[in-house]
Design a protein around this ligand. Structure first.
Ligand SMILES: Nc1ncnc2c1ncn2[C@@H]1O[C@H](COP(=O)(O)OP(=O)(O)OP(=O)(O)O)[C@@H](O)[C@H]1O
Ligand SMILES: [Mg+2]
Length: 302
């Protein structure tokens, strides 16, 4: 398969702040590639370098064989970008924005069906400033796609969308990929990454600390099981010595046990033998969110 994006040792600093330290990855044609990471990890900076909007300090980048540093003009004819923070003139109408953006490129889509696809039909003649947050967001995504790009960069595409609009957006992105467009998706939603992405890179402090399919990342923690239950029992110290138990966390009556293999059966047996019969005993396999949190840490802020 052809790599349409090739990044090697990308680095970008803002003064003394290292936003992107050392990032390398490739994206194959037709792939949906996710970038996950905590606030401030460097995702937007990396994507903006690839879009030719920011100049990295060092590293090598190719998008569709073009160097975003020196060939940004040509590149923009072939890529779509939904920026994390973009605004349009307040008074521009929805249809005017779509018409304008599709006119930028020769191979633009007919924007009219996009109004319905993105739930903007009713707002066709509304000014940008009068749209709700979610409507603005949908318009910005539609604008990124109206040029029928070969590669599209979506930075927090579904932030602010209601659950139904989010599902619609997912289906539309899948359809666009099925037509051959390569998608780079920055997201904080693990369900979105799991549903859409072929591969995801976890970015932390400007570096990629894991890169695999969502299933591959989850499998890297395979065998781990999380058990939860409630009890008012005062002493649970014996739980730590039950075979296969690795960690016990207690928050008032709520207990969380992490372990591996047949830990559920072992914990259940031990609970019964201590006269504890919780009615809410549950076991869960790790999710992508668990993997993400264990890779990047739980504490807020960075
Ligand atoms: N124009 C700028 N000037 C100075 N520092 C910046 C600038 N833009 C970003 N930064 C800093 O670079 C780091 C990476 O920012 P970036 O926007 O790339 O993060 P992000 O991973 O996209 O975060 P988020 O999930 O919050 O969108 C942050 O510490 C941020 O404060
Ligand atoms: Mg960002």
């Amino acid at each position: 398969m052809n790599d349409v994006i090739h990044v090697e040792h990308l680095r970008k600093t803002y003064g003394r702040k290292v936003a992107v330290d050392d990032i390398s990855f490739q994206v194959a044609e037709g792939e949906i590639f996710g970038l996950l990471g905590r606030n401030g990890a460097g995702k937007t900076t990396a994507v903006e370098c690839l879009e030719g909007l920011r100049h990295p300090d060092s590293g090598r980048m190719r998008v569709l064989g073009l160097d975003p540093r020196t060939q940004a003009q040509e590149l923009r004819q072939n890529i779509g970008a939904q920026l994390q923070e973009s605004a349009l003139p307040d008074r521009i109408k929805v249809w005017e924005a779509l018409d304008l953006f599709s006119a930028f490129v020769s191979r633009g889509n007919d924007w009219r069906p996009m109004l319905e696809q993105w739930g903007l039909e009713e707002k066709r003649n509304s000014a940008f400033s009068s749209l709700s947050g979610g409507q603005r967001q949908r318009l910005l995504v539609a604008l990124a796609l109206v040029s029928n790009p070969r590669v599209v960069f979506l930075d927090e595409m579904t932030t602010g969308l209601d659950p139904a609009a989010r599902r619609v957006a997912w289906e539309l992105i899948r359809r666009i990929r099925d037509r051959g467009t390569t998608v780079v998706l920055v997201t904080h939603f693990m369900d979105e990454a799991e549903y859409l992405c072929d591969r995801v890179a976890v970015v932390d402090h400007g570096r990629i600390i894991a890169l695999d399919s969502p299933q591959g990342l989850i499998a890297s923690r395979a065998g781990k099981v999380r058990i939860t239950f409630s009890t008012s029992a005062a002493d649970l110290s014996w739980l730590e010595s039950v075979p296969n138990v690795q960690r016990v966390v207690r928050r008032s009556t709520r207990v969380e046990v992490e372990g591996s293999g047949p830990v559920l059966a072992l914990v259940a047996t031990a609970l019964v033998s201590h006269g504890i019969l919780p009615s809410d005993l549950r076991a869960e396999q790790p999710s992508l969110e668990d993997v993400f949190l264990s890779l990047t840490g739980n504490a807020a802020g960075s």
